[in-house]
Design a protein around this ligand. Structure first.
Ligand code: NAP
Length: 292
């Protein structure tokens, strides 16, 4: 179904990635456009690597309002854009493109989406907190930069490839005063570091549908209040890690809020309207019920 605005026109937005798999973003955004009666429609654009430059030029040629960008193009699109927002430039990754009068602007809404989820869903304050992040991929990078900017007291990055963890730590040190260290994603480092943190964030895909039995190398007895455990995975809503943390009495937060709020920020950039986040959340839940 195509939604027409009050002037009977419709503008296109979408998501560019490859392969795209099953993205929840089209349903989430289209539900929001329909709810507000906006003449926008969101589609999935699986773009092969050899076609990326043409696809980005096509946003201008076809007057597409903008798009989300996902794996593997968040860094590769940067040289193809006309302008880069400060946060996206700092991070070196773009997840949202806005077409303003034929000029393409790159933004990154992942970090802001994550922080809003921490604040509004988790009721968690970042200021001065020690945070252990498992992973050093794209999501970990957005989360770590956002936490450093927001005034986290200390960051510890635990990644399988230690050199990638070190690189992320060095990049954060270059821009923020927040102390950052790395550790092994294994015993005994994780157990020792968990004794002094208030927030544990999983950015590893371990536990994500359909591999729901997988989980990061964390033992139940290492998790005790006041540690809050946050998993960026939203499918399933309660990963094995979150279920274990909850059993240990720790507050938990899943990735649904980050998904909704990064989308809400992109929605506002494209349309100028505040996104109906409750509608977006309920669409995601309906979609996930169908998938599991
Ligand atoms: P990515 O860039 O590919 O990074 C993956 C990370 O996981 C790397 O640190 C990698 O370690 C590690 N890893 C992968 N398989 C592993 C294994 N078997 N054992 C140990 N470590 C492993 O992916 P991403 O974009 O950061 O996404 C990561 C997760 O975050 C996914 O589950 C994704 O769905 C979720 N996410 C959620 C949201 C949201 O809105 N809620 C947004 C973005 C991402 P190496 O460096 O050693 O390879």
């Amino acid at each position: 179904m195509i939604f027409l605005g009050s002037d009977n026109t419709s503008r296109l937005v979408g998501i560019i990635g490859y392969p795209l798999g099953h993205s929840l973003s089209p349903a989430m955004h289209n539900g929001a456009f329909q709810h507000l009666g906006l003449g926008y429609h969101y589609v999935a654009f699986p773009v092969k690597p050899e076609d990326l430059a043409q696809a980005i030029a096509g946003l201008k040629a076809l007057n597409i309002a903008g798009c989300n960008v996902t794996i593997p193009y968040k860094e590769k699109v940067i040289p193809l854009l006309d302008h880069l927002d400060r946060d996206a430039a700092l991070l070196g990754a773009v997840n949202t493109i806005v077409n303003r009068d034929g000029e393409l602007w790159g933004y990154n809404t992942d970090g802001a989406g994550f922080l809003r989820s921490l604040r509004e869903v988790g009721k968690i304050e970042v200021d001065g907190r020690s945070v252990l992040i498992m992973g050093a991929g794209g999501a970990a990078r957005a989360v770590a930069f956002a936490l450093a900017k927001e005034g986290a007291g200390r960051l510890i990055i635990a990644n399988r490839s230690r050199d990638k963890g070190e690189k992320l730590a060095a990049d954060i040190r270059q821009h923020f005063a927040c102390p950052v260290q790395t550790c092994d994603l294994a015993m005994p480092s994780l157990r020792e570091e968990l004794k002094s943190v208030q927030l544990l964030i999983n950015t590893l895909p371990l536990g994500m549908f359909p591999q729901t039995e997988a989980m990061p190398p964390v033992e139940p007895e290492w998790l005790k209040p006041p540690i809050t455990v946050c998993d960026l995975i939203y499918n399933p809503p309660k990963t094995k890690l979150l279920a274990m943390a909850e059993k240990q009495g720790c507050p938990v937060l899943n990735g649904e809020g980050m998904l909704v709020y990064q989308g809400a920020a992109a929605f506002k950039l494209w349309t100028g309207y505040e996104a109906p986040v409750d509608i977006m959340r309920s669409v995601i839940r309906q979609q996930l019920k169908r998938q599991i």
